[in-house]
Design a protein around this ligand. Sequence first.
Ligand SMILES: O=C(O)C1=C[C@@H](OP(=O)(O)O)[C@@H](O)[C@H](O)C1
Ligand SMILES: C=C(OP(=O)(O)O)C(=O)O
Length: 425
Amino acid sequence: MKVSVSTSKVNGEVFAPPSKSYTHRAITIAALSDDCVIHRPLMSADTLASIRAAEALGASIEKYEDRIHVKGVNGKPHVPNNVIDVANSGTTLRFMTAVSALTNGVTVLTGDSSIRNRPNQPLLDVLNKLGVEAYSTRGNGCAPIVVRGGLKGAITTIDGSISSQFISALLIACPLTTQSTTLSIKGEMKSRPYVDVTMELIEQAGAEILVEEGNTIKFIIPANQRYNLKEYTVPGDFSSASYLLAAAAVTGSTVIVKNLFPSKQGDIEIIEVLERMGAKIAWDKEKGVAEITGNGLQATTFDAGATPDLVPTIAVLAACADGTTVIENAEHVRYKETDRLHAMAMELTKMGISVREEPDQLTITGGTLRGAELHGWHDHRIIMALTIAGMVAGDTVIDTAEAVDISFPNFFEVMKELGAAVELI
Ligand SMILES: O=C(O)C1=C[C@@H](OP(=O)(O)O)[C@@H](O)[C@H](O)C1
Ligand SMILES: C=C(OP(=O)(O)O)C(=O)O
């Protein structure tokens, strides 16, 4: 499916969709609990992959209009009857790899062609040190992954520079073993806020993990714990909201986004970045409402270490800003659904913008965006960000537009509701 985008402005009030990251964790931890209702979960292709995987590992899940009811396995996941297909969801693959290490049999996990090219070796290495036989069938760290359960505790180390999802996955599984675990992080821990989100849900479910912050971050995970998540309401998603806010910022319009309460999401930083770049933005944290008015943008420097998912949005803001923006510390952004540094460099270049791509950064000089035939790279965040660029350029067509289903299934409807000239073709 393609989307055609014409020059347009936005105006109005919308709700941010529920958080993808919180929904994945709520599903996974509810599946390891006894009985839990999750209110306002995100129902998207990725979170449905977590629901299917949780069911395959023994949970039963009933879906209602605005909630799901999870009857969990009480700490003891079952050996699946079949291969687990996580489709396009990295979070599901990493979390369920660790959860399947708690079974007493063999689990095979795989997914689509993007998933089968994303790295997992650091997670597999640690699982092997924790008594599990875990390997990539092709020996390259990518799915298909085979896991023979038997997770035990140990003192071990993991590389923090590729994906925080390895750490989150281990933090979720290790409290349920019979020996304690100490997990030290080697190198810079990228995407740290996502680990904080994981810790928040683990605590809400009644388990305890201690964190020692020093030169090395250390997680101390006591053994023999259980999860007892009973009820959880998913907050709004700041990564998804970034496209709505950016649409106003680049088109000089006003938009009000609701359902944006403070939480541990790192992508809350979008508010501060927009302000720094010159947008007028007021965020009422108590009401959970952000109002933005676009007002001409200036270049900035953006460190993507903690917030990789904002990179496509910031790249588009940079393309529309006065001056040269540097997006730095972003190597891990290459390990997503697609290599997002390369994808954004290619597509913005087609729109007439000067972009320099280096191993861990993009340097983007703002200019006049021109309409173009763009590739969406089957990547939800690339497509949503390019849609915003298309509203400035006009005459833009983006392919693989169906991929917005991954995190924001009604993205184009919401954009239309706000007045954006987008047509699915
Ligand atoms: O744990 C999570 O929910 C996520 C962690 C981040 O990945 P990395 O930790 O691989 O950077 C982020 O990019 C992804 O969209 C969601
Ligand atoms: C990278 C993402 O998700 P995942 O790692 O779960 O595929 C994303 O949503 O941008």
